[in-house]
Design a protein around this ligand. Structure first.
Ligand code: FES
Length: 122
């Protein structure tokens, strides 16, 4: 059901945890499954210098959080917003159709964290 990449990432997720002095924090959830994802960003000059996550969810959600936070490190905020769930799914070498929403959570959590940062800055 899951690709080897998903299983490997789930077993060894990167960027698990929180950033105590995060510049932006985004929390999203899926009402259908009840899973919750929280993303913390450290931002300098509009560049994401660190990203961490805490996910209470399924293997696909944890693998998606790990992969998405890896993908956005070093990117500008605008470039990070261009990372879509389909990009995360591709990196994970696919997700079962009923698990696509787990990757959407990662996209949404990053967008929410960037929005939080921009709202605080404004
Ligand atoms: Fe809901 Fe995976 S089943 S995030």
């Amino acid at each position: 059901m899951y690709s080897n990449k998903v299983l490997e990432t789930f077993a060894n997720p990167r960027n698990v945890g929180e950033i105590s002095d995060a510049d932006g924090v985004g929390t999203v959830g899926n009402a259908g499954c009840g899973d919750i994802m929280k993303v913390y960003l450290k931002i300098e000059n509009d560049i994401i210098i660190d990203a961490k996550f805490k996910t209470f969810g399924c293997a696909a959600a944890i693998a998606s959080s790990s992969t998405a936070t890896e993908m956005i490190k070093g990117l500008s905020l605008d470039d990070a917003l261009k990372i879509k769930n389909a990009d995360v799914v591709e990196k994970l070498e696919g997700l079962p159709p009923q698990k696509i929403h787990c990757s959407v959570l990662a996209e949404e959590a990053i967008a929410a964290a960037i929005e939080d940062y921009r709202a605080k800055k404004a």
